[in-house]
Design a protein around this ligand. Sequence first.
Ligand code: ADP
Ligand code: MG
Length: 209
Amino acid sequence: MLKLDRIEYDYPQASIQANFELEEGNALALMGPSGCGKTTTLDLIAGFLAPHRGEMCFNGQNLLALKPDARPLSYLFQQHNLFPHLSLWQNIGIGVRPSLKLSREEKQQIDQCLASVGLRGFGDRRPDQLSGGQQQRVGLARGLIRSLLCNKPLLLLDEPFSALDQSLRTEIIALINRLRIEHRLTLIISTHQIDDAKALNAQVYRFDN
Ligand code: ADP
Ligand code: MG
């Protein structure tokens, strides 16, 4: 279980509070208007921000005691997920092994992952040769593969479908749902669309400020 117990973070002009529990293998959608605290909450779970008050644990382990890279999670940022000078293949591989020294099996899994987000054969391209929606799918592929191959069972996705049209959205949501169930991933997604939450069978956490 992931538990955020009265977590609070104070910006000079705003204070963000989050308080929820999520069973392992389930999904939760963070919802609310722009500026309500969705990204801040994901940054707090990932360890890029430290809360001023509150506790946070995952399967009984105190997350606040762990540095970001030691936390059992994979995080797709709202923006700036790809390295512009690396190919797509390298962009995904670096999420698995920063040295890019990958086994044959890992390479195959990257190819499969690219194919599963509709980018078969795109591995040698650079991000600037892709549309916004295609770039978003590469980021998603990296988030997913890092969860699966690096034992990072908590997957954080910050508005992952904002650049996707409806049919792709439906397809990618089905893919995420399938992987979540098969691999018992615990998923937190931020979104503006209640339909995304429903399609992911996600419980909803709504920020009321
Ligand atoms: P959301 O992702 O829901 O759009 P954010 O978590 O990005 O919201 O922001 C929550 C609130 O915190 C907003 O009011 C925003 O202006 C404020 N905020 C975010 N980042 C900073 C920052 N670095 N410095 C000061 N205030 C910030
Ligand atoms: Mg945000």
